[in-house]
Design a protein around this ligand. Sequence first.
Ligand SMILES: Cc1cc2nc3c(=O)[nH]c(=O)nc-3n(C[C@H](O)[C@H](O)[C@H](O)COP(=O)(O)OP(=O)(O)OC[C@H]3O[C@@H](n4cnc5c(N)ncnc54)[C@H](O)[C@@H]3O)c2cc1C
Length: 407
Amino acid sequence: MPASPPVTGRVDVVVVGGGILGLACAWELSERHPDLRLAVLEREPALAAHQTGHNSGVIHAGVYYPPGSLKARLCVDGARRLERFCDERGIPFSRAGKLIVASERGELDRLRTIEERGRASGVPGLRWLDGDRIAEIEPNAVGVAALHSPRTGIVDYVAVCEALAAVLRERGHVVATDHEVTGTVAGPSSVVVRHRHGEVEAGHALFCAGAWSDRLAERDGADADPRIVPFRGAYLHVVPARQELVRGLIYPVPDPALPFLGVHLTRHVDGRLSIGPTALLVGALDAQHPLSVRPADAARTLAWPGTARMAWRFRRAALTELHHAASRRAVVRSAATYVPSLRQEDVGPGFSGVRAQALTRDGQLVDDFVFSQGRRTFHVRNAPSPAATSSLAIAAYVVDRFDEAGR
Ligand SMILES: Cc1cc2nc3c(=O)[nH]c(=O)nc-3n(C[C@H](O)[C@H](O)[C@H](O)COP(=O)(O)OP(=O)(O)OC[C@H]3O[C@@H](n4cnc5c(N)ncnc54)[C@H](O)[C@@H]3O)c2cc1C
């Protein structure tokens, strides 16, 4: 994509970040307020270059989250909105369906809790399967029981972002890449947003900056707590000849103490099948490799008091994740717990993404979405999975707050 011409002058709202949340928020603003002039500023040369373009591509149904939490509400609503948007714009998606498999009896209580949560949150079509019925859904999966969520879907989130950006541009708004925002100066009636090529004046600025959200919020005067720490997730691809091993999506029962769902088998809309992701704390917000280090990123993570507390609290899980990151065999063995015919030679190199995970000063991994408001600014401070699924519902929530504040 050619570099965008420098964005200057004045608009009504600047949205910082060209991932799915920034684009969804700009789209929602343009739906509700066609009179507003908007500019989306993205630091990379392409949209969706970070989490949004490197995730599992799952449209989550909302089974895991405590009923009534923002995550539960916005996931169920977001999945509905996303499917509608894809239908309207001709973006392929599929309700591939998902099994959450309990591999041992000790996981059954946790699986029941997930079922109860899903039902209380209004997730459609949930079905409990005893072990001997798992093969009706996934002939190669085994377990003592499973929860089937037939409405869990798959989509290409980059295609969704391209469609959102296309609508915004058709409506005359600016969507500019290669425009890293460096700071803001708020005045009584406007905010000046400084970027790599100059500055633009706006009535309001809305920040959806993923892994960089804490820095931008801090520069805007917000509390340093929570800080974003990067967890790299790596996937393996199943070789084409073995892709029919799994029909849809198969997940383990997650550890309730962790915000990650565990190593799963995921069908993608292009037909490929992947295994992953791992979850390794890394030294760079854009770590391409497990050992990538950017000194400034690593220093922020290490200097944060919550990091050592988290590392101590999750020392067992950290060891498992280190093992997964270092050994392809360990990842395949994990997935083979519920698909035993999966063999080491069935997998090849895959892809990776870095999760932006908020961590509190006292070492808690923040599970729910977090927002904060400044003077003429609004920040999305934690948007972990399933924020891609929930993006259009999060956008509606954010624009509600924006409207309540009287713009
Ligand atoms: C491995 C992995 C698997 C996942 N699986 C799923 C899944 O299956 N389903 C699901 O719903 N969710 C999933 N997620 C979560 C989901 O991808 C994220 O929650 C979602 O993409 C967050 O969107 P975002 O726009 O906030 O962040 P991002 O996509 O990270 O976008 C933030 C953008 O802000 C830009 N930016 C940062 N700083 C600046 C600046 N100073 N100036 C301008 N631009 C800036 C960045 O370049 C980036 O493009 C997964 C995430 C990962 C990493």
